[in-house]
Write a new protein. Sequence first.
Length: 193
Amino acid sequence: MTGDNAKGTLHGYLREAREAIVWKLDGLSEYDVRRPLTPTCTNLLGLVKHLSIVEAWYFGKTFDRPFAEDLPWWDEGAEDQIDLWVTDAETRAEIVDRYRRVWLHADATINDLPTDAPGHVPWWPRPEVTLHTMLVHVLAETNRHAGHADILREQLDGAVGMRSDTSNVAEHDAAWWNALRDRIEVAAQTARS
């Protein structure tokens, strides 16, 4: 698969991954979308904030098509890790709306440029890239963080899958999942000995 077919396929998967990330926030409290759920402070709304920066940079500045809004957390001297958590002064709506505006900007770059369009990422070891490279990179990063969001959301309230309206996870009741968990735990304990 080459050219527009490859671009369309990658872009389609990116759109699905974006939506999966955003729906992970649905129905959760402000506290739950913001609170750090891992030792390295991973949190759901912080993932959305981070991905907005990723797309704004890689589909914006990389191709000399900067996102029009100021994203100060990528400025030199910005607080370390500020792109991965949301301050109390930032709202959920502000973060999600910005992410959606970044999508429009990124989609324009993806639609307007050919897959071999040259770009530049100054901190990469091989800084000369193409739109195809950026599509693959951003799709991989978005899906990686969608996996993080899957686990965080399941820990919070048990919600799983790629979308709220359908699940890509086998449907079983709690008893079935508990029995499977017990079986897996026994296998892990046995292998450890």
